[in-house]
Design a protein around this ligand. Sequence first.
Ligand SMILES: *Cc1c(COP(=O)(O)O)cnc(C)c1O
Length: 354
Amino acid sequence: MKNPSLIVDLQKLHHNAKTIVKLCGDQGIGVWGVTKVFCGSPEVAGVLVEAGVSALADSRVENLVRLRKHGFSSLVLLRIPMLSEVREVVEVADICLVSERTTLEALNDAAKQRRKRQQVVLMVDLGDLREGIFYQQAFEVFSKLPHYECVEIVGLGTNLTCYGGVIPTTETLAKLGNLAKRLESELGWNLQVVSGGNSSSLDLVHRGLMPSTVNNLRIGEGIALGREAVKRDPIPGAYQDTCVLQAEIVELQYKPSVPEGEIGQDAFGNVPQFEDRGWHYRAIVAVGRQDVDPDGLTPVDERLEVLGASSDHLLLALPDRHGLEVGDVVEFLPTYGALLQATTSPYVKKVYQG
Ligand SMILES: *Cc1c(COP(=O)(O)O)cnc(C)c1O
């Protein structure tokens, strides 16, 4: 087998997706399954659809194009579109998230040319300061929007815990629900979707505290790693080991734990610091920053410790030789960031099992 490899257990992913679809479904919340952390993988998409997600969502047009080619429908574009890609967006996305009037106009023009209606979810910023019209201004801004011939506003959405780290609460998300209600009662809007965020909103659902006005979540990490995304607590009944990174030992030697000589900058401009624990066994594993975020790797074997990494080499400390040899494969569990990097790195082989 080629190394490094990312082994993705599709049965565990299916189980996680089903668990979350049920958790949310019991509270009247539909789930859009987010494929971006798997680079829009059709294998993963198939599993998510089978588990009952109501749409597939990805941040990249290229990934949606791939999913469409594999026959998937109900596709949502998560990243607010670039003006330079609106034609492709209209081509491939059934729904896209939008926060700019200019973009609505461009989408309307592109949709008109294609003789289609583009469905959009308008994004509202509840304080996290990433995309969306700031909630205090949203009603006024929305009330001034013209009627678009080929753009249909089907919902409101928000995104939390992405830039500002704002934790979703009942009060915060009620602002989105109340805005939706006001748009319906005062402006006669018909909003099918009130999308209350991403995996960071799962804890609120789990505790039964999601306002009833929220009827949709967009879930990537929760399915991929079986964790909510505020404190990274495990979701009850879900697997946290769906994905394993395998990499190969290329050197295993007995060396000091502190470098010898005058210490300057390392390969990335940092001045490293070292704790002296005497001589120990150290392994070099053939995986690095070109493949993965090394800070987001936890060895499956708890006796191994990641010391650091450069572009292509990961250093491990071993308590003793404990049976490892050059050529052996070491397994790691990735964080969300490490997984994202592994799936997008051309050097990492992806293996979908089950
Ligand atoms: C990535 C993304 C999501 C999914 O986030 P997770 O934390 O992986 O669940 C939802 N919405 C938007 C806009 C995103 O970019």
